[in-house]
Design a protein around this ligand. Structure first.
Ligand code: NAG
Ligand code: NAG
Ligand code: NAG
Length: 317
């Protein structure tokens, strides 16, 4: 019934969008009958959102993690980049200037290829209890920053890579409420006033993407998808095993952003997260060697497993 309804509404919206020149982009949301449960039904090209079995985000359960000694530290180039910060109506997007001569590359970690930084998204909640897409042992965080790069050894650009094997890497940084913000995050949040409405954008200069990463070499990794339509299953996800911090004021700044334009602001942009998707037997690998924690203990199948998020149990402020 619900899907039939969506279909009917979709048919009329197609005519409508044809008339006023809107793209497909406008026809999905994070709630209601164009929300995550229906993305795969709205557009045949988004069918993976419903049918796919390697979808993202997921809930990362510590007792399902597998230590993989082949996983190396992740490397990211340190230099600063310029780009545009945009309120897309679905998310806060930072897109690296495409004319940059010196690209920021990612290598190592679970990656077999070199990836080139392309853009980042911020997902966040309208209340502190929700916001992140990935969850740790069922716990959500107030926000999540996702940093995307494309495989520049095999493909010539992001749009090509997103359709292809080993095309994209997504690095996820979970955000925790704190009294002192990560300094690079402040560069982004200081500009939010200028992108209050959907479609607005502002230039941001000299951002260090490395500076947005928490101080840890530990991560969890799995094969998944984009968390927005079309839900392509070409992503290697890397979830860093420590949060960075965002203040209450910065979260308020994010929560003031609206989906629509000045004339029709629509709903607040926040709560732009897709719920966790089933794992369907995918392995969740990690470079956290749980054995090392037990001095002198031999390799043993009942090893004690500890992840930062569990060890420092998440407190609501
Ligand atoms: C960068 O992107 C803009 C807008 O998308 C485009 O007009 C321009 O040609 C691009 N420049 C390069 C060097 O790719
Ligand atoms: C990143 O890789 C590209 C080639 O893919 C190279 O031209 C560029 O210099 C690299 N960036 C750095 C900082 O090494
Ligand atoms: C991306 O690369 C493909 C293949 O080389 C090319 O056909 C396409 O025009 C490129 N797209 C953009 C946006 O540059």
């Amino acid at each position: 019934m619900a899907s039939l309804l969506t279909f009917l509404i979709f048919q009329s919206s197609l005519l409508f969008s044809g008339v006023i020149g809107l793209s497909w982009e406008s026809w999905w949301t994070y709630d209601g009958i164009s929300g995550p449960a229906f993305w795969g039904l709205i557009n045949p090209e988004w069918s993976l959102c419903t049918k796919g079995r390697r979808q993202s985000p997921v809930n990362l359960e510590p007792n399902k993690l597998l230590f993989d000694p082949n996983l190396r530290p992740l490397h990211m180039d340190k230099h600063r980049v310029n780009g545009m910060l945009t309120n897309t109506g679905h998310s806060v997007l930072f897109r690296v200037e495409n004319s940059t001569r010196q690209h920021v590359n990612f290598t190592g970690g679970p990656l077999s290829y070199k990836y080139q930084l392309h853009h980042m998204h911020i997902h966040y909640g309208l209340v502190d209890q929700t916001g992140s897409e990935h969850t740790i042992n069922g716990q959500t965080f107030p926000a999540e920053i996702q940093i995307f790069g494309f495989n520049s050894q095999l493909y010539s650009n992001f749009s090509e890579a997103i359709h292809r094997a080993q095309g994209i890497v997504a690095i996820s940084v979970l955000l925790q409420l704190g009294d002192l913000s990560n300094p690079e995050l402040r560069i982004l949040t200081d500009n939010l006033e200028k992108i209050k409405y959907g479609g607005e954008e502002v230039e941001v200069k000299r951002l260090s993407v490395v500076g947005l990463l928490p101080d840890t070499e530990y991560y969890m990794t799995y094969d998944g998808s984009t968390t927005m339509p079309p839900c392509h299953e070409t992503l290697t996800w890397v979830i860093l095993n420590k949060p960075i911090y965002i203040t209450k004021q910065q979260l308020h700044g994010l929560r003031r952003l609206m989906q629509g334009d000045v004339g029709e602001p629509k709903a607040p942009l926040g709560n732009n997260f897709r719920p966790p998707q089933p794992l369907h037997h995918r392995p969740l690998r990690t470079n956290i060697d749980f054995n090392v924690k037990q001095a002198g203990a031999k390799q043993c199948p009942s090893m004690y497993k500890e992840v930062y998020y569990k060890a420092n149990s998440w407190k609501l402020h």
